[in-house]
Structure formats: structure tokens, C-alpha cells
Design a protein around this ligand. Sequence first.
Ligand code: AN7
Length: 368
Amino acid sequence: MALTERIKGIFKKSRNQNKWPGLIEAYRPWLPVSAKTPVISLQEGATPLIPVDSISKRIQKGVRVYVKYDGLNPTGSFKDRGMTMAISKAKEAGCEAIICASTGNTSASAAAYAKRGGMRAFVLIPDGYVAQGKLAQALVYGAEVLAIKGNFDIALKIVQDISKKYPITLVNSVNPYRLQGQKTAAFEIIENLGTAPDWLCIPMGNAGNISAYWMGFKEYFQAKKSNKLPRMMGFQAKGSAPLVFDKTIETPETIATAIRIGNPVNKEKAKKAKKESQGEFNYVTDSEIIEAYKILGQEEGIFCEPASAASIAGLLKIKDKIPENSQIVCVLTGNGLKDPECAIKNNDSIFHQNLNPNIDSIAKTMGF
Ligand code: AN7
């Protein structure tokens, strides 16, 4: 069924006409929910798939590149897809509090959905390494924020141990409902393109999202909603590339703090996705990430966070390997507004300051 037809159907079913009902309602038959599951939703999902000609032009060969702009989800990242599922299932199980470790986006999303579901939200973050926007969100949503003197990998170990010992639900991507929700992004891409892309380029941190996408692509392929499967192309920042180098990185470093992760908990799943899809893992440097981040901003009007730009940076890095006439989707996992500090430090704009507030001075500065 064409996307428009299907969405019209969903709109009709939705109580509120003309409103996307959120991904649990939209994809109910594909998700482990029942009539008893209380759906905690902020109408996440249905994010746009946008052609990015400035990237296609840099590749040529008839290649068409799109971005899946998942930074347009309710809390500004793809995490909302997983969190609507994880929090709804936690609520169904009678849980009253949730916990996660986070480089930022998970904490923002977990806090929003937990609060909407009437639960307490505890979030462990690496002190000083969470972008301002994400921290602001967790605080405004009323999370109980625990900043540790240690990195994400250490925080994750702690929350895993705590959730085993105490009555609190872990909502990191080891929670299987997270990946179930996140797989719906692959469904949306197939509905948009009419089939799967040839390549899916995606940043990897804890490697949950690449695993979720692969699950989604396989499910729609098996249901004959797509006539092909994409190659899964995963990218990491050079200083935080445990999957590329196939070893744990004790002190991961990168400007893309979202993916500053040295020991991905979903590494086996991600390796399987790579193998089954004949995909590849590659690294990109921080300067390549910033270059891609600026191209998207300046030439496309698309503002993503640095971790997300890794998918574009990676694609450009391996452009010689792209077969002619391919369709490629790069996942933009998070919104640029999440990390204003990075934006202010890394742009090519002309920013005149301290100007005298009169026409002559402004016009002169403008070059008239
Ligand atoms: C923008 O928020 O791990 O490979 O704690 O925020 O599924 O981990 C974030 C990860 C990519 C990597 N892009 O996804 C967290 C966290 C953005 C992200 C990733 C993250 P995974």
C-alpha cells in the first residue's frame, strides 16, 4: 500500500483526525503489545525522509542520497521510538521507576516518557560529557540526574547492576522493547521509498539502532513489503571505534559525545547485522564529522548533532565503493539543537558582533 493511503487509513482510525497516532498505534501488529498495554506516546515516528542533493552531487554516478531525519522526534532523537515501547511495557508490568545510563539522548527521552507515564526517572550520565540541550531536557522533564566521575561504559555497568538488585526497570537498549520500537524507522523508510535502500548508513554507539534497523528491514522483507535488503554501513568516531577495531576502547574520545562509547552492549547483534547484510564498519575522524555537519547545515538547511553527521561523513569517506544508481539512506539520529556548544564553535558563518545600532553602520557592515 502506498504511504499516503496507509497513513490516511491510520489517520481515520486515530480518534484525533489528521494526527499521526504515534508508532505503537501505527505499527501495532508488528510490535509486542496487547490490548492491555497502556500506550505511553508523544506521537513519535513518521519522521521525514529528505533527499540531500548536496551529498548526491558529491558522489555522482546517479546515486540518490536521503536522510532519515529522526531528530524530529518529540525529544529530538531516535530514542523516542524505543522509549515509547520500553516505557509502555514497563507501565504494563506495574513498574514505578526506570533507570538508564546515557550519553544524553537516552536520558532525555527516558525522562520524558517516564514522566508522561507517571514514573520516576533516574539517569546516570558521564559528568561533563553530555551536550547542554540533552541535560536541559532531562532536568526540565524532572529526571533525577546522577552525574558520575566516569564514562558511559562505567555508567551502563552500574545501572545494569542496580536494576538487577533493586525494583527498577532498565531502559537502555539491552531492554528488548527498545529495539522493537526502533525497528519502525526501517518500516517507514521502506514505505517512503517503496523498497529498502541499497545502503543504510548509520552512526554506532552502543549499536542498538543498527541492530533495530536490521530487524525492521528483515521483517518487512520477509513480509514481502520490500524486494531487497540494504547493506548495513555502520560508522563510529575514530577515537571511539570499538566495533571498527574489534576491541574495547578504555577511554573513548570524540567531539560526538553521543557516541563516546568504548564497549557497545549490542556488539554481537551489530556484528551479525553487518555479516548478514554484507555490510561494513568504518571510522570517521572528528574533522570529517564536522565537515559533514557543516555541509548539511549550509547546503541543505538540516541541523543535526555531530554523532548523526557521522553517517554522512562515513558515506562520503567510502564514496568510491558506491555502486552506480544506488539509493542510500543516512540516518540523522539527533537534532542539532541538542548540542549548541558544538554549533557555536564549528561553523563557517559570518557573525558580526558589537555593531552600532544605526542604519549606516549596519548597511556598511553588510557591504553596501
Ligand atoms: C544522536 O543517549 O547511547 O548505536 O545514551 O544519541 O543505538 O547506541 C546515544 C546514542 C547515535 C548511537 N546518534 O546509537 C545515549 C546513547 C545519537 C545518539 C547514537 C546515539 P546506538
